[in-house]
Design a protein around this ligand. Structure first.
Ligand SMILES: [Zn+2]
Length: 460
């Protein structure tokens, strides 16, 4: 079927080429249409493209891109919804129905019918636990989230295929399935332990967002000091980026082949991570600070460093981060994407919707079924820029390229021993909380000597 569409598309491309004689490279979109579009946006030719659904014999560059390469979204919080609504019991959870019509789930954004409608080819499912679990049961709870993601994939294996490599994503796409990857959102999930980080990798986790909305002892969050959430972190956001141990975590992630995710971190951490990492990094769900001044967004100078690092920013859709007020529509996301491309080009950008992790959505981007609409609007915003090839880069090629480079770094570092550092007490001493040590047994010998002495006494 796909071959057939590709063949028809090719014929169309040749036809256009012959009739126009002048076309943008690697696009079926002839340059004269672009010129006409600029002089007259209501040009009849554009409306033909708009009506692509009623004229299936004219595939648009958007259609052709989605046909040729998987659309891979960087961040989806469905697993957290399973936790908060079902306590992760998915025995009678049917993911293969439109949940919009299921009582209690009307506000949810993700299910198989809508993923298919949105032509999603790959999804990073987020294993997220609240900052409140930091210094308590964050690791156990994160394991539960990884577990529920894996069970969801197994239960829906007709549509979802677990992936932990760049090839795995393409293999799932070839099989007509949605590549399902796991990312952990928040450094608190590793409890400042490299061994825990390594075990997450073993379980298939392929990115770690260094912080969520709270600081961790080795990295600061983007959240402002006066924010309530900082109460669960330390109050040094403006002074500290990555500590020495934080930098070790980056290097260990490089060695493991786990992507470093800089969404949610402070600008200082972005800078520190970009200079420390020897592999490209990602922003799994962030947008452009220049267009909306929110600390979750990325400044232009960081974007330029990201380009040097060969990483990507996956543009997020949450109205609270992209702006637009109450009646904002998908045009705002189009503007964020175009701004990033204006600054750093088309090789360092992707999509990270954050669906099911956001309380509000933009008009026209209400759920995972809407990606083609976004792409169509993007194409119409600048048909010369958004060739089939560039759309493919945005939806997935860039992410797969980054993933491959991360895998190459892993290979290059295969000679290296796992790092065995333990977080320094100084890092913990910066944390303004008294209860950190309650749930944390010390590595220090005297603590064990004391415990053994106590044990011996009670057993006598
Ligand atoms: Zn997030």
């Amino acid at each position: 079927m796909r071959m057939k569409i590709i063949f028809v598309s090719l014929c169309f491309a040749i036809l256009i080429h012959l009739s126009a004689g002048n076309k943008t490279e690697s696009s079926v979109y002839p340059a004269w249409v672009a010129l006409d579009y600029k002089s007259n946006p209501n040009n009849i030719l554009i409306s033909i493209y708009k009506k692509r659904n009623t004229t299936p014999h004219i595939p648009s560059p958007v259609d052709m891109a989605l046909e040729s390469f998987p659309l891979i979204d960087g961040h989806n919080d469905l697993a957290f919804l399973l936790y908060s609504k079902l306590k992760n019991n998915i025995t009678s959870f049917n993911f293969n129905v439109n949940l919009k019509y299921k009582p209690g789930w009307e506000k949810s954004h993700t299910d198989i019918p809508r993923l298919r409608q949105g032509r999603v080819g790959g999804q990073f499912w987020s294993a997220f636990v609240f900052c409140e679990s930091q210094y308590k049961d964050a690791v156990a709870k994160t394991l539960e989230q990884i577990d529920v993601i894996k069970r969801l994939i197994d239960k829906n294996s007709e549509h979802l295929q677990f992936a932990a490599t760049s090839d795995g994503i393409l293999d799932a796409f070839k099989n007509g399935k949605i590549a399902s990857l796991i990312g952990i959102e928040g450094g608190h999930s590793i409890d400042s332990r490299l061994g825990v980080l390594r075990m997450y990798y073993e379980l298939g986790v392929r990115y770690l967002t260094l912080t969520h909305s709270c600081d961790v002892p080795w990295a600061t969050s983007s959240t402002k000091e006066d924010d309530d959430l900082i109460a669960v972190g330390r109050k040094l956001t403006t002074k500290v980026g990555l500590t020495e141990f934080g930098k070790k975590i980056i290097l260990e992630m490089n060695r493991l082949g786990m992507m470093v995710d800089l969404s949610h971190v402070s600008k200082l951490v972005m800078n520190d991570a970009l200079t420390t990492s020897v592999a490209p990094v990602i922003f799994s769900h962030s947008s452009a600070y220049c267009l909306f001044k929110h600390d979750r967004n990325v400044h232009d100078d960081i974007l330029r460093k990201l380009k040097q690092n060969r990483g990507i920013i996956m543009i997020t859709f949450y109205p609270g981060y992209v702006g637009g007020g109450e009646y904002g529509d998908l045009g705002i996301v189009v503007a964020h994407i175009n701004h990033v491309v204006d600054v750093i080009g088309t090789d360092n950008i992707g999509l990270g919707g954050d669906f099911d992790g956001i309380p509000k959505t933009l008009i026209g981007l209400e759920d995972v079924s809407k990606y083609p609409d976004l792409l169509e609007a993007l194409f119409e915003s600048n048909p010369e820029r958004w060739t089939q090839r560039n759309i493919e880069k945005l939806i997935g090629r860039n992410l797969v390229r980054v993933f491959r480079e991360v895998e190459k770094v892993k290979k290059r570092l295969s000679f290296a021993e796992p790092l065995q550092d333990v977080i320094s007490k100084d890092d913990f001493n910066l944390v303004k909380r008294n209860d950190i040590w309650v749930c944390r047994t010390s590595y220090e010998k005297k603590t064990y000597d004391r415990l053994i002495e106590k044990m011996n006494k009670t057993h006598k």
